[in-house]
Design a protein around this ligand. Sequence first.
Ligand code: NAD
Length: 486
Amino acid sequence: MKEFKHFINGQYVSSASGKTFDNRSPVDNSLIGTIHEAGREEVDAAVQAAKAALKGPWSKLTQVERTQLLNKVAERINARFDEFLEAECLDTGKPRSMAAQIDIPRGAANFKAFTETVANLPTEGFRMDTPDGKGAMNFGHRTPKGVIAVIAPWNLPLLLMTWKVGPALACGNTVVVKPSEETPMTTTLLGEVMNECGVPPGVFNVVHGFGPDSAGEFLTTHPDVNAITFTGETRTGEAIMKAAAVGLRNISLECGGKNPALVFADCDLEKAVEGTMRSAFVNCGQVCLGTERVYVERPIFAQFVARMKEEVAKLKLGRPEDSEANFGPLVSLEHRAKVKYYYDLAVEEGATVEIGGGIPDMGEALNAGAWIEPTIWTGLADDARVIREEIFGPCCHIRPFDDEEEVIALANDTDYGLAAAIWTENTSRAIRVAEHMEAGIVWVNSWFLRDLRTSFGGAKQSGIGREGGIHGMEFYTEMKNICIKL
Ligand code: NAD
């Protein structure tokens, strides 16, 4: 049994109220530990520690020293790789093979990638004429924004949290992180790493709890938080935007998606099947960029559906440590209830269930866990709720189309605009269609291929702002123009 405390000013602390809640395994619903729930008192202590740290030794570090420190953090995460891996798999139930390849290494890399961006970030300079003929020089200068609140989701806990903490610290800010109530472990462990590496107290703080009337709300409404970066559901993003309006604090929102895949008859079919299998089912479908709507050109529709069914039938459900397993449970029983609701709704709305659709029998040891079958539907109307609402589970609907114009309209017919995947061997078509996608990220013949220097974010209700490379720098720094009269 583990106990997860807040990490404030370099120390692990309990909640003054004594309030805790359970952390349960999604694999079998067993109790992993208890999590302390922060009240206003702990959130305030964390924010004040972060505010004070902005004026302490952290602010005196040169950029090179800060880079060295953050590189050390990345190296230390890698040195404690197995502990992070164990923690992430306990919390999420995801296969170890996946977390070992994606969650932990990318989580560590986020501390290195952004120090390079900051080191190479140019600022503008303009010389201007003045009436006396002597002129003036202007140059841009960036300073840290201040105390950044980081609100993280549960699907890729370490990776998505460090994707924000990495650039925030690289730019010289301090942070207060509120990890998801479902997945507190790796964020808590990161506190130890920060201390081991000599990151000054107060630079990285963690408070645990829920959203409304709990740590999330207390943090986002705290007047000494200078900016809020959030990843999670669109509705939560709206609540956070309202909170940020008081005091005009800046926000960065990475929200939900209902992402399409467009599969043209001139694609490499096996590549398209392999890619769509990953985009629909990896991480048990709990990836914001995941594909829930698949549009396939009519001549290859039947063959594509048949191949997808064959591949889904091969998915092996099992415990994280089962090296044969490539498919874990959903994150919680609560989330499973939501996904199962949509599975039932699909049938009510007239879907043909091509495969899956239910809760699998995992045997006595695992049946209490949050298991669900990977599922494919066909035959739904374009206005079905299952087509329009984000499910965030291992499922997709496949629909035929007849021409390019039609599929562009279908793909864009959504409130969301996070990602799209296009499968075609015709480069002109790929570019033409990609340019028409109302989405922040478009992949051609690939999915989840990320160069950290490129922009990441959503259009429409999928978010506000862009992360990645220099794009996040607008959020994490305050731009100042310095004008010098010559
Ligand atoms: P969620 O919105 O329920 O929770 C996210 C975080 O917000 C949690 O830490 C939660 O405690 C906190 N929170 C909830 N209500 C709050 C409030 N009123 N004030 C402050 N904090 C609050 O999301 P989730 O269920 O953890 O994650 C799944 C969602 O995240 C999906 O919609 C998915 O698409 C989205 N997501 C988006 C991206 C992206 O980059 N666009 C990446 C991953 C996940």
